[in-house]
Each structure stands twice: as structure tokens, then as C-alpha cells.
Design a protein around this ligand. Structure first.
Ligand SMILES: Cc1ncc(C[n+]2csc(CCOP(=O)(O)OP(=O)(O)O)c2C)c(N)n1
Ligand SMILES: [Mg+2]
Length: 326
């Protein structure tokens, strides 16, 4: 964000810690899912962590974030407690949505995490609405709106970007281009596979880069956030990334070769960040950081395991009065 000339290893370590925390939480979630402790859908963010972590590092707590169903990592990066995230996956009452939403509905009001949404592109106008409110109320907040490459052919994307451009709203649209929509490669869904160029049709700035280096993600998204905050001008940023797991837990990923997956894993942003820390940071500090992540993950799993199921009495008020209406 500050255009760091020399590498600030303490800062990189804090970003690495978040990426590692997300990776380990999701590995444990996958394990719990295989054991039948988590039900429904589970879309893992493994491989894409640098996007959410680098992007959210540019925000304040007041700023808004909204995303799709691949939301666990982004929620953690926006400040959600790991226990609340894990308990939600377990469907427990202590989860961020009271255990009623599950994997696709990571909401966190105190951190202005506006969800987790299952309808492709449907949340993009919601993000635009949040940005409109910020401009109207002059509260100085910025909204980051994340979505997948599969969303850019959808009505909600075009309506959202069009209005944000017309009204010059403080929002950054972040397309996490992981090259696939479920099992369909980008080349079979888009005639123009440079997603960032969609911005030209709406007259807003755009950017496009690979999310290999979390510091670069922070710096490039930071430019767009500053533009939103200082000039109230939206930006469309296409961040090239890759998911190492299937679309969801039920996807064996047969539409891509083992060689392709292996090649992408060689560029794993988490490993890249760790290598930089190994070279330029204190080894004992790195070991302590990793041990603290393990302890935090273990505590989150224990919290979820030990938490109670939601009581049936919450169904009526949450259905008819709206969740957590107060
Ligand atoms: C409107 C709508 N159509 C279809 C679906 C089914 N669906 C769920 S995920 C998905 C693919 C989305 O791919 P992408 O936007 O690239 O996100 P990724 O899963 O790669 O993160 C589809 C088509 C849906 N949830 N919503
Ligand atoms: Mg995709």
C-alpha cells in the first residue's frame, strides 16, 4: 500500500500469517467435512489466499467487503474470528450467522463483512449499494466487491459496474480469475478473456495482474482503494489466481491435468511469501509465528466442536423478522 521500496519483513510476516491461518483453517475444514462434521457445500479458497489477504490489508475496519460463496478466507482477512468462521461451517449456534448460513454465508457486522453470497453476480449490486450509501452519507468508506470470472457474463455484474461508473462510487471490483467456472475453462465462457477490458465499456480505470506476490496484491489494490477513497472513482481489477482444490468438496477436478495443477502449485503465493521470510527474517520468529497459527487453528476447531447446535426456536424470528434484526 505504501509502495515499499525495501521489503518490510515484519509486514510481510503479518500477511503470511493471515494466509497460513486461512490455509490451515480450510485444511481442517476439509478434514471435518470428510468426517461428516460439516454438511452442505464447502468451496475452498486454497491457492487464492494472497488475493483476499493482500486486498483486505488496504482497508480499515469501517470499509465494506462483499464476496461470493468462496468466502472463508476473505472473511478471515476482513477480521472475522476463526472460531466464528469454523463454528458456522459446523452449523453451530456460535457461528457468524448463528449456524444457519453455513459455508456460503460468512457475515460479520462489526467488521463490515457483508457476506458470502451463493447467487453468481447477485451480490455485485449489493456492493454497489453499500458504496452508494457511503457516498450519500459521506462516510469515507470504500467497498471491495470480489467475484469470480464466472460472474462477468452475468447481468448483476454489468448493472453494478455501470451504475458505479455513472455515479462515481467508492468501490473496487475485484475479479478473482482462477481460470475456471466450476469445471469450465474461461476460454469456453468468455469471448474476451481479458476481464479487465470490460472496464473500458464503462469508462472506468482497470488493472490486471497475477496474485503470486501478496505484497504486489496489496500495492496494486491499494492504488485502486486510494482512487475510490480520494476521488470516488471505481476501478475494475482482474487478479489472476488459481484454486488448488476442486470447485467444491464434491468436485474431483477431472477437467484439468495433474501437470497443470502441479505447475500452478510451484507458484503457490503462500510458499513464495515463506521463502522470502526464510531468506530475510528471523528463523525463530518464523517458527513461533507458525506455531501460533497452529494453536489458533486448533482452538477454532475445538470451539466449533464444543459449541451447541442452534435451538429450533431461532427459526421463526430469523425467517420472519430477518436474521439478527436488532
Ligand atoms: C446465477 C447462478 N447461476 C449458476 C450458479 C451455479 N454455480 C455455482 S458456482 C458456479 C461457477 C462460478 O465460477 P466463478 O464465478 O469463476 O467462481 P469460482 O467458483 O471460480 O470462484 C456456478 C455456475 C449459481 N450459483 N448462480
Ligand atoms: Mg472462477
Amino acid at each position: 500500500m505504501l509502495g515499499r521500496q525495501t521489503m518490510d519483513h515484519e509486514h510481510l510476516a503479518s500477511l503470511y500469517r493471515q494466509m497460513l491461518l486461512i490455509r490451515r483453517l480450510e485444511e481442517e475444514a476439509a478434514r471435518a467435512y470428510a468426517m461428516g462434521k460439516i454438511g452442505g457445500f464447502l468451496h475452498l479458497y486454497i491457492g487464492q489466499e494472497a488475493v483476499g489477504v493482500g486486498a483486505c490489508a488496504t482497508l480499515t475496519r469501517d470499509d465494506y467487503v462483499v464476496t461470493t460463496y468462496r468466502d472463508h478466507g476473505i472473511a478471515i482477512a476482513k477480521g472475522m474470528a476463526p472460531g466464528a468462521m469454523m463454528a458456522e461451517l459446523y452449523g453451530k449456534a456460535t457461528g457468524c450467522s448463528g449456524g444457519l448460513g453455513g459455508s456460503m454465508h460468512m457475515f460479520d457486522k462489526p467488521n463490515n463483512m457483508l457476506g458470502g453470497h451463493g447467487i453468481i453476480g447477485g451480490h455485485i449490486p449489493l456492493g454497489v449499494g453499500a458504496a452508494f450509501a457511503s457516498k450519500y452519507n459521506k462516510d469515507g468508506r470504500v467497498t471491495l466487491c470480489f467475484f469470480g470470472d464466472g460472474a462477468v457474463s452475468i447481468q448483476g455484474f454489468h448493472e453494478g459496474v455501470s451504475l458505479a461508473a455513472l455515479w462515481k462510487l467508492p468501490i473496487v471490483f475485484i475479479c478473482e480469475n482462477n481460470e475456471y467456472s466450476m469445471g469450465t475453462p474461461l476460454s469456453r465462457t468468455l469471448s474476451q478473456t481479458d476481464v479487465s477490458l470490460k472496464a473500458v465499456g464503462y469508462g472506468i480505470p482497470h488493472d490486471r495482474f497475477f496474485a503470486t506476490d501478496v505484497l504486489e496484491v496489496e500495492q496494486r489494490i491499494g492504488q485502486a482503494v486510494e482512487r475510490a477513497r480520494n476521488e470516488s472513482m471505481p476501478t475494475l481489477v482482474e487478479v489472476r489466481t488459481y484454486r488448488f482444490r476442486g470447485h467444491s468438496m464434491s468436485d474431483p477436478g477431472k477437467y484439468r491435468t495433474a501437470a497443470e495443477l502441479e505447475e500452478q502449485k510451484q507458484k503457490d503465493p503462500l510458499i513464495q511469501a515463506r521463502l522470502k521470510l526464510e531468506l530475510g527474517w528471523d528463523a525463530a520468529k518464523l517458527a513461533a509465528l507458525e506455531a501460533s497459527v497452529e494453536a489458533e487453528v486448533e482452538a477454532a476447531v475445538k470451539f466449533a466442536e464444543d459449541s451447541p447446535e442452534p435451538d429450533a426456536s431461532v427459526l421463526e424470528p430469523t425467517t420472519y423478522d430477518g436474521p439478527f434484526a436488532s
